[in-house]
Design a protein around this ligand. Sequence first.
Ligand SMILES: NC(=O)c1ccc[n+]([C@@H]2O[C@H](COP(=O)([O-])OP(=O)(O)OC[C@H]3O[C@@H](n4cnc5c(N)ncnc54)[C@H](OP(=O)(O)O)[C@@H]3O)[C@@H](O)[C@H]2O)c1
Length: 318
Amino acid sequence: MKPTAPRHAPWDVHRLPPAEGTSVLVTGGNAGIGYFVAEQLAGTGATVILGSRDPVKAETAAGSIRARVPGASVRHVRLDLADLSSLEHSVRALDLSRLDAVVHNAGVALDDPPRLTTKDGHELMFGTNHLGHLALTRWLAPLLVAAPAARVVTVGSFAAKTERLDLADLQSREDYRPKRTYGRSKLAQMYVGLELARRLGALGSSVASVVVHPGGALDSLTPARPPVHERTPAERLRGGPAALVLQGKHAGAWPAVRAVLDPRVGSGELWGPRVFGLRGRPHREAVWSHLSDTEVAAQLWDRSCELIDIDPDFWRAA
Ligand SMILES: NC(=O)c1ccc[n+]([C@@H]2O[C@H](COP(=O)([O-])OP(=O)(O)OC[C@H]3O[C@@H](n4cnc5c(N)ncnc54)[C@H](OP(=O)(O)O)[C@@H]3O)[C@@H](O)[C@H]2O)c1
């Protein structure tokens, strides 16, 4: 994004710099953290496109944003990350000549077996969260290159901090444990976000890749946005004690929003909430030691590109 924020003022999540004239795609912008990323970015004057697999939910979310943000420029495109063959069409449907940022936010997290798969036969969480976003990046590359200083913002997870990838069983075929598979899918996303930053840097690209995570963001601590998100007084009460360590999804959105807008956020950086990485204002974290393993990242990049049948050097051609 064009640098619009004052370089020395502290970042204020409630007073964002203007971003008129820019366009941002938010995957999974119809609900949860993605909804709040979209709402907050719409308040800056950016045109926000909600990438959603459900047009009705997406229009409801867009309506909620328009009702809260006077003059908001918000629309949606159909986007199903679990159907790789649909992604090229989704990118064409954006009908843009350039894209200033994409927030890879959409995610699926399963708690229980059985192991499910995407339309393409990939394990559902790895296939949607990681492979779907990588494939989307490939189709978006020409639009991102066409912007003056575009950003790819990958939403990872604290859950990835304690996980390690199994490069021999990336898709949990041998040993499927849903929570671990989810954590690994987020870890894979984070590795690839950082690998992308290295590849873009090596090409001298104007595009930046930033990895963020939202901390722990609960619906019960999230302000209501009816009919997108309802919160009963009982839920509010139940959420109270959790607020000591966790936060709502509106606050979970802050690191991604800052990564889109703040010129002080650089390619290859990791941003998350300030308090124990779980809640609070966005701040830069040291890249976790296992995430700094460039050998693993490079292998994952190549294998992932192979799995989705794209050229690992797709940025060169963009
Ligand atoms: N909440 C947390 O504490 C937390 C912590 C760490 C990381 N994260 C990460 O933050 C991101 C957002 O989490 P959240 O809590 O806001 O989740 P959420 O409320 O469950 O929202 C997930 C979003 O992803 C969309 N989605 C799921 N599968 C999709 C697909 N195949 N194609 C397109 N969109 C799809 C959902 O669409 P539908 O409405 O159609 O289902 C929804 O919009 C995720 O990447 C998650 O891994 C969250």
